[in-house]
Design a protein around this ligand. Structure first.
Ligand SMILES: *Cc1c(COP(=O)(O)O)cnc(C)c1O
Length: 354
């Protein structure tokens, strides 16, 4: 029975990608060897890595603009410290919009003066701060474009004269923005690109090599760029599967085309929440995420009932994060609109029954 998978992460991938990835585990490129048992320096894998990085830059329209794409390990969480390690000399600014940016800020403080420029903590991160002033002497400004847990998203990218650094883990490749506004973008694969185990980092080369501290090789972006993500053994399966997803996205028309679908899905679901008097949305309307839709029941007595309706409809992964409660429907690129309609039908059924 088909499941409607709204998991926040690791999360849904295109079925065709899962099948291709399975085939690659059994027999990669008709070699009668598994992807998992060949050298990462073999022609087969070097081509996979090349293709994955090229597709990533192409999709973001960042080819030939001074950017490099690398696949690293340690998750987005490792980037919380790597960004500061490589880029923080005097002072860095952080816009704190949730649990992940709180962690990023905490790690940066290990390396120097990292300041919270603005925060929405006063309202449990249900909005994106808008009015703040930026010091002119920042090495960089760090933002989290999409707040996976709280369901908020930057719809306007902050204007700044300094390097803009971004955790884009849960909305990379989902909407069409001018990615050249960013000096560095990082994203854990497991939200919108592939399985857990690799993190895509897109970095403008000219910003590197400016800090005075010594950076250990494994944490130095330059080392990974020079070695084309092969300084040590890369996570071959995660990179391969990510490449397959990027191929899938390219084939279906790239970011512009997926953005239309994502907007349609999100509008449908938010409208259903707003028009159903049993539910309320968590995030402030103007800051609502196109990827993670957070909502709650007005009356918790209906919880058991709604949970049962979801179960019967084969809906999976809609429980909210413990810091928000309620429900969270993650509607990433690979989720079809038909699954959104099934969730809306469950909400409407509750309405008929109570
Ligand atoms: C999931 C997530 C992270 C954490 O990613 P890991 O790969 O588990 O370290 C960081 N930032 C955002 C926005 C996320 O959604």
């Amino acid at each position: 029975m088909k499941k409607h998978n709204f998991s926040a992460g690791p999360s849904i991938l295109p079925r065709s990608v899962i099948e291709q990835a399975s085939n690659g585990i059994l027999n990669i490129n008709n070699s009668n060897l598994s992807l998992l048992e060949i050298s990462h320096r073999s022609k087969d894998f070097v081509e996979i890595m090349d293709r994955a990085t090229t597709l990533a830059l192409d999709l973001l329209n960042l080819n030939n603009k001074g950017y490099k794409a690398i696949f690293l390990q340690g998750g987005a969480s490792m980037q919380f410290l790597m960004t500061a390690y490589n880029l923080l000399e005097n002072k860095a600014g952080y816009i704190n919009t949730g649990a992940w940016s709180t962690k990023a800020l905490k790690e940066a403080k290990n390396f120097g003066n990292a300041v919270e420029v603005a925060t929405s903590k006063d309202a449990n991160f249900n909005y994106i701060p808008k009015n703040y002033s930026l010091d002119s002497d920042l090495d960089y400004l760090h933002i989290t474009t999409n707040n996976t847990i709280f369901g908020t998203q930057f719809h306007d990218i902050p204007k700044t004269n300094t390097n803009l650094i971004c955790d884009m883990s849960s909305d990379i490749f989902s909407r069409n923005i001018d990615f050249s506004k960013f000096s560095l973008i990082y994203a854990g694969a497991q939200k919108n690109m592939g399985p857990a185990g690799t993190t895509l980092v897109i970095v403008k080369e000219e910003i590197l090599g400016k800090v005075s501290r010594t950076i250990p090789s494994m944490l130095d972006y330059k080392v990974h760029i020079d070695k084309e993500s092969m300084f040590n053994t890369p996570p071959v399966f995660a990179v391969y599967t990510s490449m397959l997803t990027l191929e899938w996205l390219t084939k279906i028309g790239g970011i512009k085309s997926i953005e239309e679908k994502n907007i349609e899905k999100a509008n449908l679901l938010y409208n259903a929440i707003d028009s159903n008097d049993l539910f309320n949305g968590f995030a402030k309307k103007e800051d609502r995420s196109l990827m993670n839709v957070t909502f709650n029941l007005n009356d918790q007595n209906h919880k058991e009932h709604f949970d049962r309706l979801c179960l019967e409809a084969n809906i999976s992964g809609v429980n909210g994060h413990r810091s928000v409660g309620g429900y969270r429907a993650s509607i990433y690129n690979a989720l079809d609109i038909s699954s959104v309609k099934v969730l809306i039908e469950a909400m409407n059924q509750l309405n008929k029954l109570v």
